[in-house]
Design a protein around this ligand. Structure first.
Ligand SMILES: [Cu+2]
Length: 304
C-alpha cells in the first residue's frame, strides 16, 4: 500500500534533516559516527527542507512509475550480489558498508538484507571509490548530496513492510545498488528457536519433524549463508530418547551447543559423522558452528 502524500513528505523531510546531520558531522573528522544509532529517523522534521522536499517528491513519483522489474533481475548486476540475502531479527541494527571494493567495483556490502519492520538500518561510508550517496528509488529515503569520506553515516528506520531498492547515484549505472526487504521473519512459533536461527539463510520457518525415530541426521556444511555454511535441517524436532547425528559434508566446521555441554571434538573438514548425541530430556537446544556462527550457521533441536 502506498503512503499518503503527507506521510511521504514527512519522510522526505527526515532524509534531508539527516543530511544536515551528515554534513554537520564532516567537520568531526574521519571515524566519527555521523548519526547515532539511537536516533529515531522518523521523529524529526526540518522546516528548512520544505522547498527542496516538494521538488524531490515530484521526481520520485516519476521514478516509481517505471515498470516493475523483479528484485532478482534488478539485483543481477549489483556489485557483490551472490543471490544471498542477509536476514536480521527483531532488535538488530544492521550496517551496510558504502563503497566496499568488490572485484574492482564499488559495492554496498551486503547488497541485500532482510529486516523486520521497525529496524534501524545504518549505512557507513568506507572512504573507498569516491563520492557516494544512498537513495531509495521510490524516494522513501535519501542521504542527500554525495560524500567520499570514511566515517560518514546515514540511517533510516524501516517501519513499513516492503521492498526498498537503493543506489549510489554517481555509480548506479556501474552496479552500485542494493535492497532492503522489510517483513516479519519466518517463525516456527518457538521464540527461542526463531531468535536463534533467524539469520540462517536456509531457515524458512519450517521444522523438520523426525519425532518417533530412533536416530536422525543433520548435515553439516549444507548450502546456505553465502556458501556451504549451513546446517540442514536448521530446525529439527525429535522425541525424547532420539539419537541425533551430525554428518559433515566438508568443512571446516564444528558443532557447539549453547546451553548444553555437547560439542564436536574440534573443527572437522573430512566428510563423515563427527558427533552424535542422545537427547533424553525434552527442551529446546541451540547450537552453532564455531567458525561460522557469525555467518548464520546455526541450528536448533526441539525435543518433545
Ligand atoms: Cu561452519
Amino acid at each position: 500500500m502506498r503512503r499518503s502524500p503527507t506521510r511521504r513528505r514527512l519522510l522526505q523531510s527526515t532524509a534531508l534533516a539527516s543530511l544536515a546531520a551528515v554534513a554537520g558531522c564532516l567537520s568531526g573528522g574521519p571515524g566519527s559516527q555521523a548519526i547515532g544509532a539511537d536516533g529515531d529517523g522518523t521523529a524529526t522534521d526540518s522546516p528548512a527542507a520544505t522547498t527542496a522536499d516538494a521538488t524531490e517528491s515530484t521526481a520520485t513519483e516519476t521514478a516509481e512509475s517505471t515498470p516493475a522489474e523483479s528484485l532478482d533481475d534488478w539485483l543481477a548486476d549489483a556489485n557483490g550480489y551472490t543471490g544471498d540475502r542477509r536476514r536480521y531479527g527483531p532488535g538488530s541494527q544492521p550496517t551496510i558498508a558504502v563503497g566496499e571494493p568488490v572485484d574492482d567495483e564499488m559495492a554496498f556490502d551486503p547488497p541485500m538484507i532482510a529486516v523486520p519492520p521497525g529496524t534501524n538500518v545504518r549505512w557507513d561510508w568506507t572512504g573507498h571509490g569516491g563520492q557516494h550517496n544512498v537513495v531509495a528509488l521510490d524516494g522513501t529515503f535519501d542521504s542527500g548530496r554525495t560524500n567520499a569520506q570514511a566515517g560518514t553515516g546515514y540511517h533510516y528506520v524501516f517501519d513499513d513492510p516492503g521492498v526498498y531498492r537503493f543506489v549510489s547515484e554517481p555509480h548506479r549505472e556501474d552496479g552500485m545498488k542494493g535492497a532492503v526487504v522489510v517483513r516479519e521473519p519466518p517463525s516456527t512459533g518457538n521464540d527461542a528457536v526463531d531468535a536463534w536461527v533467524v539469520d540462517s539463510s536456509n531457515f524458512d520457518g519450517s521444522v523438520a519433524d523426525e519425532t518417533g525415530r530412533e536416530t536422525t541426521t543433520v548435515t553439516v556444511g549444507a548450502a546456505g549463508n553465502g556458501g556451504n555454511f549451513a546446517f540442514d535441517p536448521p530446525v529439527l524436532k525429535v522425541s525424547a530418547g532420539t539419537t541425533v547425528r551430525w554428518r559433515w559434508d566438508g568443512g571446516p566446521h564444528s558443532v557447539v551447543f549453547r546451553d548444553l555441554d555437547v560439542r564436536s571434538d574440534g573443527v572437522f573438514s573430512e566428510p563423515g559423522v563427527h558427533l552424535e548425541h542422545d537427547f533424553e530430556d525434552p527442551g529446546t537446544y541451540l547450537y552453532a558452528c564455531g567458525p561460522h556462527q557469525t555467518l548464520g550457521m546455526k541450528g536448533a533441536i526441539v525435543v518433545e
